[in-house]
Design a protein around this ligand. Structure first.
Ligand code: EPU
Length: 430
């Protein structure tokens, strides 16, 4: 088992730069399917998920090139053919849930698509009903057969769609289907995340007609065809937020660059309430904490609410704060899966449904733990920094899916950290 070993009792200090957002780049890559020809994406993070998405696109007939720019970012070139394939197989989709975002573009361009159903994962059940019902409103016939979502529509038509919940993935799939549909589509209760705004910016540059990006109502006027463009991916607010929480938890002083602080307003405000000094700097922000953080309550919500992907970091902060915090998760039903691992580090956490009460402790205690997903992994590493002794976070490949150059960045901020391999588990015969 792959692991990351951190030595605790350290204070994060220094500068760190974030590159493009995973959750933007993956969707921009899928959107490249909408236009025949060569799309170029800049500021794409060098992470496993991007490599898997590149493979999904190759299997659909695209020529995809990933050129290394530096240790954290790459340039992605996608040459989409006139005649795209129509299938995304389970072997890739199960490794990258975001592969589902090829559904909208492929249906729009090919009128037929077969994408493996990604199923649930470690953070929850992750339904597809809003993707499916929205596309059905646009005239698609959709079935679920042998683990695949199969959709057909000769030409999608514009429709009025209300989402039950501002789902990021459903908004993206419906948006990328609507840009080539006949007529006008309105998506109400749409997601407003910065990554959706980034996708709208790229689609608009490609020739799409979209109104309302960043609001809860998107109005899309379908066009006949789109053209490929060159696009720069927005900075990763979750990686930036991870460093911000890390600074506060370790009573450190970190300057984060490559990010618009407006993407993290609520999170940074919470850190201010916890006692941190938060200031804006050119192209980023600085978080400095002197003394022990004060407990704050946090509830996750769709953007502009507190991001669910920062919940493990918020839990880590609460675990070392003075006082008790009430932490409420409102997006994923399995987001608390990692709580038992954080408790192994001595955190005092009690959960009840989607609420957790965390009573802060002055110090945690290093132990072997296991990352259950990307964000839980990062949260456990940060908690390990506040622990006495060594913490080994197993299944660290999860972290590599979302944090380019994670170890190098940690070292740059003063952490002693290395990769390791857990000893083979003994087999017991019966
Ligand atoms: N949902 C449904 N039905 C649907 C769609 C969603 O019930 O048709 C539910 C989901 O089960 C979940 C909630 O709605 O409980 C939110 O799902 P959403 O569709 O908004 O999330 P997503 O598109 O699957 C993206 C990010 C997640 C991030 C969420 C919320 C990507 C690739 N993933 O997921 O990122 O947590 O939005 O902001 O963009 C991560 O990066 O670690 C990560 C999990």
């Amino acid at each position: 088992m792959d692991l990351i070993r951190v030595h605790g009792g350290v204070r994060l200090a220094g500068d760190v730069a974030v590159v493009g957002a995973k959750n933007s780049a993956l969707k921009l890559m899928a959107a490249a399917l909408l236009a025949e020809g060569r799309t170029v994406l800049r500021n794409v993070p060098r992470i496993t998920d991007v490599a898997i998405m590149a493979e999904v696109l190759r299997r659909l007939g695209c020529a995809v090139d990933l050129t290394t720019v530096d240790d954290k970012s790459c340039l992605v070139t996608i040459d989409a053919p006139a005649e795209l394939g129509v299938e995304a197989d389970y072997d890739l989709v199960r490794r990258l849930r975001a592969s589902i975002c090829v559904l909208g573009p492929l249906l729009a361009r090919r009128g037929h698509v077969r994408v493996a159903h990604p199923g649930g994962d470690e953070i929850g059940s992750r339904g597809l009903d809003m993707h499916v019902s929205g596309l059905a409103r646009m005239g698609a016939t959709i079935s679920n057969e042998h683990g695949y979502v199969i959709a057909r529509a000769d030409r999608l038509r514009g429709a009025m769609i209300w989402l039950d919940f501002p789902s990021v993935g459903a908004t993206e799939n419906l948006l990328t289907a609507a840009v080539l549909a006949r007529g006008s589509t309105q998506i109400d209760n749409a997601a407003r995340e910065p990554e959706i705004v980034d996708l709208c910016a790229m689609l608009t540059a490609m020739g799409a007609k979209i109104d309302g990006a960043g609001t809860a109502t998107l109005v899309i006027e379908g066009v006949e065809a789109l053209s490929p463009v060159t696009h720069h991916t927005i900075g990763d607010r979750i990686v930036a937020g991870t460093w911000a929480f890390g600074a506060a938890m370790t009573q450190g002083d970190v300057t984060v660059r490559g990010i618009d602080p407006a993407f993290l307003e609520l999170a940074l405000d919470k850190l201010g309430q916890a006692g941190a000094e938060v200031t804006g700097v050119a192209d980023g922000f600085r978080v400095a904490m002197s003394g022990r953080p004060r407990a704050v309550d946090i509830r996750t919500l769709p953007f502009p609410g507190f991001a669910t992907d920062l919940l493990p970091m918020a839990m880590g902060l609460a675990a070392v704060s003075e006082g008790a915090s009430l932490i409420t998760e409102n997006i994923f039903d399995g987001r608390f899966m990692f709580v038992n691992e954080m408790s192994r580090l001595g955190a005092d956490i009690r959960t009840d449904g989607h609420h957790a009460v965390v009573r802060g402790r002055e110090r945690l205690s290093g132990a072997p733990v296991r990352a259950t997903d990307i964000r839980a992994g990062a949260g456990l590493v940060l908690a390990g920094l506040c622990a006495e002794g060594v913490t080994e976070v197993g299944q660290s490949h999860h972290i590599d899916r979302g944090y380019p150059g994670f170890l190098r960045d940690l070292r740059g901020l003063g952490v002693t950290v290395e990769r390791g391999v857990a000893p083979e588990e003994p087999e017991f015969d019966i």
